[in-house]
Ligand binder design. Structure first.
Ligand code: ASP
Length: 332
């Protein structure tokens, strides 16, 4: 059987870390790590490139652009791409790449591990094997491979700090699982598009995410505008609610909308859909022109707003972007 050409792009994270006096630090040399993983080197033609060497807490919008540009530079020469990345912000990177690299024609699979490759109990080898299998699958898209599961990139959320089962696919079925039958892909749920691939890395970093707490002072939003924030995501309560007695968040939302600031409201609940049209407390803000995220993850909502603000500052256009499903991030 012809071996698939797989490119591995390393960005750092625990998977590539070694112990130092200051704690675990990522180090360069992804090929040194991969060459000892049985089931990988003998089955694929591998090219490895270290593009970054960071703990993913330090992976920020500038690094997202570096990663997206690297994928764009090399994708035509490979059957699939594996990206190794720290787990802490992996879901944000997977989400933003889903918007920056829409309709990528090959599989791009992000993975990492909870323990360094050098640890005898590491989960890195298994995660890499699964990521390579998905990268060789001919199923295009941005995916995250972890603990024998493949998640659509824009649906991944990190839910555990140390457990090997660290990621979940939120409000979307797993794209694939790996068990004794091998890699089983649910082809019917992989988002498909007839649109051409397009790299679009224009984003705004001026997006603020705020988790609503009972009694939150509405004036906080004036301060955010003073700091030049251009868009706000609010994790509101339950199905959809914000307080308006005594501390009137609703009027504040109206003021923000009048100033052309997009306000995107999601739920603090991880699972299921928010729907601000059910309760009076939610309905009132919809009338003020805020944007709902329905079943999107917070990671997707934040990165989609950053990407949307990179395309336009026109509120009507941003609403249209949120009313469009680009990569499977929202069920409309
Ligand atoms: N702090 C690490 C990182 O995100 C954690 C990990 O990779 O698991 O880079």
């Amino acid at each position: 059987m012809l071996k698939k050409n797989i490119l591995i792009l390393a960005t750092g994270g625990t998977i590539a870390s070694s112990t130092s006096e200051e704690g675990l630090v990522p180090s360069f040399g992804i090929m040194n790590l991969v060459q000892y993983v049985t089931g990988i080197t003998e089955n694929y033609h591998i090219t490895a490139k270290d593009i970054l060497c960071l703990d993913s807490s330090n992976i920020q919008p500038e690094e997202w652009i570096i990663i997206a540009n690297s994928i764009n530079e090399y994708y035509q020469d490979y059957d699939g791409i594996v990206i190794t990345h720290g787990t802490d912000t992996m879901a944000y990177t997977a989400s933003i790449l889903s918007f920056m690299l829409q309709n990528i024609p090959i599989p791009v699979v992000i993975t990492g591990s909870q323990l360094p490759m050098s640890n005898p109990f590491t989960d890195a080898t298994e995660n890499l094997r699964c990521a390579f299998a998905m990268a060789a699958s001919n199923v295009p898209g941005i995916f995250l491979a972890f603990n024998r599961k493949i998640i659509l990139g824009c649906r991944a959320v990190k839910i555990r700090t140390t457990g090997f089962d660290a990621f979940e696919s939120v409000n979307y079925p797993y794209i694939a699982t790996i068990d004794s039958n091998g890699l089983t892909i649910q082809h019917s749920i992989v988002p498909k598009s007839s649109l051409p691939f397009e790299l679009n890395t224009l984003i705004s970093t001026d997006v603020f995410l705020i988790k609503l707490t009972p009694g939150l002072n509405p004036q906080i939003f004036d301060k955010l505008l003073e700091l030049n924030y251009k868009g706000i995501v609010i994790e509101a309560f339950g199905t959809g609610g914000l307080h308006f007695i005594r501390r009137d968040l609703i009027s504040q939302m109206e003021r923000l909308s009048e100033q052309g600031i997009p306000v995107v409201v999601s739920s603090q609940c991880l699972y299921e859909r928010s729907d601000f049209s059910i309760y009076q407390t939610g309905k009132k803000i919809l009338e003020k022109g805020v944007i709902q995220t329905f079943d999107m993850t917070t990671e997707s909502a934040v990165t989609k707003l950053m990407w949307a603000l990179g395309q336009t500052t026109d509120l009507t256009e941003i609403k249209k972007i949120f009313a469009t499903n680009y990569a499977g991030e929202i069920t409309l």
